[in-house]
Design a protein around this ligand. Structure first.
Ligand SMILES: [Zn+2]
Length: 569
């Protein structure tokens, strides 16, 4: 992950439960224009993005900034997956999940967009514009309402599965019966001690257990800021509360250092405003507890970013990272064997749909090949027990359910499936049965969609089931022929689900297909004919699908790369 130094502006958008703030930021971190809208009160998520767009345009006009000068958008929101750009399960936002945030921003603004969750945004701001500018290895701890964290290692922000890496606030700093209850349901998390709430509780405990004099004893509505202020004026109890907090943080950081060998810890947030008052005890405790190789080698730094601007600078930094990069129409490659997975990856595929028996239209692959593929890139696994129609018997559904569990265990990023009723509708009950084992995953309803009698009803059914994506050829033999229907589906989906076009996609038609269908993503098998690698003795053939001389169609990195190039703006 490289910070882009090119000149040009980025738009930072920070979506909170009540307000959404945005700002236009230059390469040096100057906020040239800013504005805000209410997050609540819009008829739909789509309307919210459109209102945001209007406000941004007005703000730019007022500030005399040319729209064309903005190279990218960075967005921060709770529960935002950096990989999919989807907001999932954010309880503080007024719309039901999932919300395709970056896809919708790109569609409405016509500019590449990227997203991150709140804690990661803070770290990106420090890396691009703040005290971590020259650091490739640091851990950011945000001590606010809760304890958030983000980890930069080898110059990269760590994401992990679903972008959740770095939940250090919920590692255990104390264990057993006496450990404090944390909001997450566990006991003894760092969050329960070093958050604003944790600091207040420490002060209250000291009021009960000690005779230390304090102005805080008379404060019924005690907040973390009160404790910081009192400590700064020499209040013994407030100072002791911060000393205890610093000691715990030092102890926790000694463990964290062993995990990613940081050059520094960077502190941000309300409690961190008292940094000068707990830094010494924290550093001492760290050096006493850490592995000797880290002793006196790790710095503790207080963020210098103004608290009010940090979210904007962080999201703008995120935009800066993707600036100049091609906008993302994702390419999924359908393949069935280990070699194909490697070819797909080498060609720049964003994801594979993994199946066996491609010649039969694809069948459920083995656990071993899923495990292999999942180590290379995101893998969505086809769940289809046999060729033919998509109406399944109870026994087949039992096996499919078991296959979903197997695929998830083997490391699938999502499943790809589809079940229909004999009258050509989506079999809601059967789909629910399968999805219950892959909740909130990146699931696709496959081309069974193209066999439904009413595609618009099917679209609504599939959205209500919680699928993230539909793979369709627009109910035609190829996606090029079905482009009109795909375009109509995309319009009606209005960002609620990803529309992925597939069937007959090749390097020559991919770009035209995209502009005709407005599909969000493309799906292709990207194969070329491979000659047999052994000398053949007899005339035996191994199956109807094989080309007569033993050649076979195999995924080809060059074809993958050619499609990717064709669809990159
Ligand atoms: Zn917790």
């Amino acid at each position: 992950m490289k910070i882009n130094n090119m000149s040009g502006l980025t738009l930072g958008v920070d979506i909170g439960g009540t307000n959404t703030v945005f700002g236009v930021v230059d390469a040096e971190g100057n906020i040239l224009a800013r504005g805000a809208i209410r997050t609540t009160g819009h008829a739909s998520f789509t309307e919210f993005i459109s209102v945001l767009h209007t406000h941004v345009l007005h703000t730019l006009t007022d500030a005399g900034i040319d729209y064309g000068a903005i190279g990218a958008i960075g967005a921060g929101a709770p529960c935002l997956s950096p990989e999919s750009g989807m907001i999932e399960g954010a309880v503080n936002l007024p719309w039901p999940s999932p919300l395709p945030l970056t896809a919708e921003l790109e569609r409405v603004f016509g500019i590449p967009a990227a997203g991150e969750n709140d804690a990661n945004v803070a770290a990106l701001g420090e890396k691009c514009y703040g005290v971590a500018r020259d650091l490739d290895n640091f851990i950011m701890l945000t001590l606010g309402t809760g304890v958030g964290s983000a980890i930069f290692c080898d110059g990269r922000l760590l994401h992990g599965r679903k972008g959740l890496a770095g939940e250090l606030g919920h590692t255990h700093i104390r264990r057993g019966e006496g450990a404090r209850q944390c909001g997450c349901g566990e006991r003894g998390c760092l969050d329960a001690y070093a958050s604003a709430r944790g600091l207040v509780m420490t002060a209250r405990e000291l009021m009960m257990s000690s005779e230390l004099p304090s102005v805080l004893r008379d404060n019924a509505d005690l907040g973390a800021a009160d404790i910081g202020e009192a400590a700064a004026t020499g209040d013994p109890l407030a100072q002791e509360a911060l000393r205890i907090t610093g000691k715990l943080l030092g102890e926790a950081c000694a463990d964290f250092a062993a995990f990613s060998s940081p050059e520094a810890f960077v502190f941000f947030g309300g409690v961190a405003n008292a940094f000068p008052l707990f830094n010494d005890v924290m550093t001492d405790e760290f050096n006493r507890r850490c592995l000797s190789i880290y002793r006196d080698k790790v710095r503790f730094i207080h963020s210098a970013l103004p608290e009010a601007d940090a979210a904007l600078l962080g999201t703008a930094a995120l935009g800066r990272m993707i600036m100049g990069e091609p906008a993302g129409v994702k390419l999924e490659i359908c393949t069935g064997d280990p070699e194909g997975v490697i070819e797909a990856m080498r060609g720049g595929a964003d994801r594979v749909e993994l199946c066996s028996g491609l010649a039969e239209g694809g069948l459920t692959p083995s656990a071993a090949v899923i495990r292999f593929a999942a180590r290379q890139l995101p893998v969505n696994v086809l769940i289809r027990p046999r060729a033919g129609d998509f109406v399944y018997t109870p026994a087949e559904l039992d096996v499919m359910e078991d296959d979903v569990r197997m695929a998830v265990e083997a490391g699938a990023n999502g499943i790809v499936t589809g079940v229909l009723t004999p009258d050509g509708n989506v079999d809601m009950e059967a789909c629910r049965r399968l999805l219950q084992h892959a909740v909130s995953m990146d699931n696709t309803f496959h081309r069974a969609f193209d066999m439904t009698i009413d595609p618009f009803k099917a679209l609504e059914d599939i959205i209500s089931l919680g699928f993230k994506r539909i793979l369709t050829s627009g109910q035609q033999a190829s996606a090029v022929e079905g482009a009109d229907l795909i375009s109509e589906l995309k319009k009606r989906a209005a960002g609620r689900i990803i529309i992925m076009a597939g069937a007959g996609v090749n390097p020559d038609n991919a770009a035209a297909l995209l502009s005709a269908s407005h599909a969000d993503e493309l799906h292709a098998s990207a194969r070329s004919i491979r000659r047999p690698s052994i000398v053949r003795a007899g005339n035996a053939t191994m199956g109807s699908s094989e080309v007569a001389d033993g050649s076979r169609a195999a995924t080809d990195a060059a074809v993958v790369a050619a499609i990717k190039k064709a669809i990159t703006r």
